[in-house]
Design a protein around this ligand. Structure first.
Ligand SMILES: Cc1cc2nc3c(=O)[nH]c(=O)nc-3n(C[C@H](O)[C@H](O)[C@H](O)COP(=O)(O)O)c2cc1C
Length: 162
């Protein structure tokens, strides 16, 4: 399967996990690409402005997802929810019809109720609103048994696309 991992990562944690997900999915015989997305101002939280940035930048920076049969979205948790950059990115995608979608987040705070589930719910809701077939998710808390959590996540991502 041709899989795109679309990742937003401010300080590198989520990108590091994306590389491990790529490795695991590739070992299962998939063709996997990481598409890292960027925003010009990390402090910008206005979703409409960020959406406009991705749309304007389509020819240079914003990845074309039409070639992928399946997508993995990866993002950090910001302010107890999905990062504004990933919220805006998924929001401006015209359609995810006929694509399998899974997602993951990384986060700093170990306690529940600090944004992991909220961020995953938002990714699921946004993906389904574009017609995507949501089939798996995972959360990595950065400072708590990280390797164990990443292993569990990569297994979940492999299961999602079978
Ligand atoms: C602006 C900002 C807000 C954050 N808010 C949360 C939060 O609400 N809950 C949480 O668990 N971690 C929070 N974090 C921590 C990040 O989610 C965590 O460090 C993540 O792994 C960073 O991923 P990255 O290196 O890919 O950017 C926040 C970090 C930043 C910079």
């Amino acid at each position: 399967m041709n899989i795109g991992i679309v990742v937003y990562s401010q300080t590198g944690n989520t990108y590091e996990v994306a590389q491990k997900v790529k490795e695991a999915l590739s070992k299962k015989g998939n063709s996997v690409n990481i598409e890292r997305i960027h925003i010009s101002d990390e402090k910008e939280r206005d979703i409409k402005k960020l959406e406009a940035q991705f749309k304007d930048d389509f020819l240079n920076n914003t990845p074309d997802l039409s070639k992928y049969e399946a997508l993995v979205f990866g993002s950090p948790v910001h302010a107890f929810s999905l990062s504004p950059a990933m919220t805006a990115f998924i929001s401006q995608i015209p359609s995810l019809q006929n694509k399998k979608i899974s997602c993951f987040v990384t986060k700093g705070l170990p306690l529940s109720g600090t944004g992991g589930n909220q961020a995953i719910s938002k990714m699921k809701q946004l993906s389904e609103s574009k017609g995507g077939n949501f089939c798996g998710s995972g959360i990595v808390v950065w400072n708590k048994d990280r390797e164990k959590q990443i292993k569990k996540l990569t297994e979940e991502m492999c299961k999602a696309f079978f």
